[in-house]
Design a protein around this ligand. Structure first.
Ligand SMILES: Cc1ncc(COP(=O)(O)O)c(C=O)c1O
Length: 359
């Protein structure tokens, strides 16, 4: 296959973006202080609220999700934070906190095992924390951490802000920031929202804003107070990625047409399809039962399939999956089932992997 041939991405981000959404980026440029731009942002913001399950503020930031991990600790950690770590992205957030000069402890759980609310309670009792970071969906392991249950524990500690990374969850799994009491929830465009990379989105509570006001050196690019100030005029502090915002605008319309609930149900069915195939083909799951992700499956590989050879075969047929993350390379491979992927496309992928296994 020629090197520029279209290869459908079943990797955990960036995921496949539909041609209509890619095309939405090609409209002529506008100034970011123009009325046209303000209309674009004003149109997007209310459509973003259901993504986070909030009636409150949402910010659109030109960055990837890691930028908002940084924003979270800069704006919301005054004293010390507890970082829940049961995979690579929980570990990343802990590193981000330390790299920003924050005091941060890691509650290290086993990879593949969900963090339990009781563990969180023990740590919060023992330490003087004012924030906690939680990755909802660990993309490295395919574990969906029990955020609503963890949130219930965190709320027993009124000073502790709950910061949630929903990067590979939001848009594929329901998030209810207001109901669950999440103070900041962040995501990236290139995962279950099925957009190109480059935008990061978040909901921010009043409590988080009040915390930010109390912290003197929040930096500038990710300062929530700057964002709030500009948001009141439907602007952003710096030049935003206008083309990506046009794609976001179009994609949110498409999601409303599909229906948020219908979208979440499709993700559940896609997960079911992958699970059925995994069990029928002598593979297993890296994530423990009961906490498996609706957007990504980390497949245990007891058959020792060479993932590089499998992916070369798939690429020749216009598809691509992902190897295991970091230390899980080879021991697992990952199939993403997030975004706009259909059940028909998932069947094609799984049938093609089965063909490879038979050859
Ligand atoms: C759960 C999670 N958090 C954070 C990130 C980092 O996001 P980004 O690559 O958009 O900076 C990723 C990326 O895969 C992720 O899966």
């Amino acid at each position: 296959m020629p090197s520029d041939a279209h290869v459908k991405l079943f990797i955990p981000g960036p995921v496949e973006v539909r041609p209509e959404i890619l095309a939405a980026q090609t409209a002529p440029m506008i100034g970011h202080r123009s009325p046209e731009y303000a209309e674009l942002q004003a149109r997007i913001v209310p459509k973003l609220r259901p993504l986070f399950g909030t009636e409150g503020r949402v910010f659109i930031v030109t960055a990837s999700g890691s930028g908002l991990q940084e924003a979270a600790v800069r704006n919301c950690v005054a004293r010390r934070c507890l970082c829940l770590v049961n995979g690579a992205f929980g570990a990343r957030w802990h590193q981000v906190a330390l790299a920003n000069g924050k005091q941060a402890d890691a509650l290290e759980g086993s990879w593949g095992v969900a963090i339990r609310p009781e563990q969180v309670d023990e740590w919060l009792q023992a330490g003087d924390y004012d924030a906690i970071t939680v990755v909802f969906n660990e993309t490295s392991t395919g574990v969906l951490n029990p955020v609503p249950e963890i949130a219930a524990v965190v709320h027993q500690y009124p000073d502790v802000l709950l910061l949630v990374d929903a990067v590979s969850a939001a848009g594929g799994v329901e998030v209810r920031a207001d109901k669950w009491g999440i103070d900041m929830c962040l995501t990236s465009s290139q995962k279950a929202l099925a957009l190109p990379p480059g935008l990061a989105l978040c909901s921010v509570s009043d409590r988080a804003m009040a915390r930010a006001e109390s912290i003197p050196h929040r930096g500038w690019y990710f300062d929530f107070l700057e964002y709030e100030n500009y948001a009141s005029k439907n602007h952003t502090p710096a030049t935003p990625a206008i083309s990506l915002m046009r794609a976001l605008d179009a994609q949110l319309d498409a999601i409303v047409t599909e229906g948020w609930e219908v979208r979440f149900a499709r993700h559940q069915r896609l997960m079911g399809q992958v699970h059925t195939w995994v069990m029928a083909n002598g593979f297993g799951f890296y994530a423990e039962a009961g906490y498996r992700s609706p957007t990504i499956t980390a497949v245990r590989n007891p058959r020792d399939v060479d993932v590089g050879t499998l992916n070369a075969y798939l690429r020749g047929r216009g598809m691509l999956i992902s190897d295991g993350y970091g230390p899980l390379k080879g021991e697992t491979f990952r199939i993403a089932h997030m975004g706009d992927v259909t059940e028909g496309e998932m069947s094609d992928l799984l049938e093609t992997i089965s063909e490879f296994l038979e050859e």
